[in-house]
Design a protein around this ligand. Structure first.
Ligand code: 6MZ
Length: 366
């Protein structure tokens, strides 16, 4: 089933750059560091190769990943690889998110970090990565059409890529403000929104409200990680804030589910991640089923395909088998994701055309 879903064009709207890193790259980086005497390989190998991780173990792994991916060259490399990996899954639009980081030891500022990510966009080789500005008035170059072939033969596979800048819950308000400012300045380079993420038991989301409100006033769409752990006040506050999208929303209570459903805020669903981190007790109990039943806007996403050893095709196959959905129903879900992207309307139109063409192809394979 995952193989079948690989052939279908899909959108990915919730993937963290450092959580999407290939395990092989991570091991290679760890080996390089151990040769330099910076770390003991045997001590980190177990952390990298471990399959089942609790939520808190995930954040330990992220700390290790961040130690290994500190320099600009590595950030560009992993970005390039991550885009190529998503393209190999037939993702036609990728909204990648990452937390801009400072590292004075290697001369890295938040801006130079984001520039290194954008350099990774440009370095993509196996597919044509289209990372145009998010400004709605941009003229698309002639070659950026939905057509997959030309009179000269098949066109190279294309993936549209945009970037969200994440605020980490460990940051101060000043740090968050700097990220929002950077996102505003880099809007014409493909940054299309702001995300709030990080260890859900660390910090308080209200700390970041002024930064999020500033982003909102400037028209930057926002997505919030919400309800990975039970935290009534926070969940209710986030729902009241009404971001453009919400990630996860696992630990809600009856009244909060009601508010969510009335709000129509699209939810980025990460099935494997939620089960692995025990935010839900089992896939059968996942709130996807209930939200799907009431036709709440949903998008299937991977979260951290590297950390959770999954792919977006696998997430579709999982949803199909666990919730007994037909290919037609799930294709419709994939197609609806176009409505919830943070990029401009012109790109939405292009993506719709691609999905409609695919619908014709896949219509006979119910
Ligand atoms: C909350 C998460 C996350 O930004 O360095 N991140 N935050 N919940 C999750 N569910 C498991 N998965 C990833 O990518 C890694 C960072 O993304 C956030 C964390 O802040 C993590 O450090 P970047 O590219």
């Amino acid at each position: 089933m995952a193989e079948w879903w690989r052939g279908v064009p899909k959108l990915e709207l919730h993937a963290h750059l450092n959580g999407s890193i290939r395990s092989s790259t991570l091991l290679e980086l760890a080996k390089e560091r151990s040769k330099k005497g910076d770390l003991v390989l045997s001590e980190v190998e177990g952390v990298i190769l471990k399959d089942d991780r609790s939520l808190q173990e995930c954040f330990k792994l992220f700390d290790l990943i961040h130690v290994l991916t500190t320099d600009h060259g590595t950030i560009s490399r992993i970005t390039k690889e991550v885009i190529e990996d998503f393209a190999a899954e037939n993702v036609i639009y990728l909204e990648l998110r990452t937390t801009p980081k400072k590292n004075e030891a290697v001369g890295m500022s938040k801006r130079s970090y984001v520039e290194a990510v954008l350099a990774g966009f440009k370095a993509v080789e196996t597919v044509k990565a289209i990372h145009l500005p998010s400004d709605g008035n941009i003229q698309y170059p002639d070659e950026v059409t939905h057509k997959n072939s030309t009179s000269e033969g098949p066109r190279m596979q294309q993936i549209f890529v945009r970037l969200l800048l994440s605020i980490d819950r460990r940051e101060s308000l000043d740090g968050a403000m700097e990220t929002v400012q950077l996102a505003l300045e880099m809007r014409n380079s493909g940054v299309v929104g702001i995300d709030l993420s990080g260890n859900p038991v660390v910090g308080e989301w209200q700390t970041f409200l002024p930064a999020l409100t500033c982003a909102r006033k400037q028209g930057l769409p926002i997505t919030l990680h919400c309800g990975e752990v039970p935290n009534r006040e926070e969940i209710q506050g986030m729902l009241e804030f009404r971001p453009e999208r919400l990630g996860h929303v696992c630990c809600l209570e009856d009244l909060e589910w009601k508010t969510l459903k009335e709000s129509d805020i699209p939810v980025e669903v990460c099935l494997t991640s939620n089960v692995r981190t025990e935010c839900v007790t089992s896939i059968a109990d996942h709130h996807f089923a209930d939200l799907y039943r009431v036709k709440h806007p949903l998008i299937l996403c991977t979260d951290d395909p590297g950390v959770f050893s999954t792919t977006i095709s696998r997430e579709y196959a999982l949803a199909a088998s666990c919730f007994d959905l037909t290919k037609t129903e799930l294709f419709q879900l994939a197609k609806n994701a176009v409505n919830f992207i943070f990029a401009d309307n012109k790109l939405k139109e292009t993506l719709r055309l691609i999905m409609e063409e695919a619908e014709c192809v896949f219509a006979g394979t119910k």
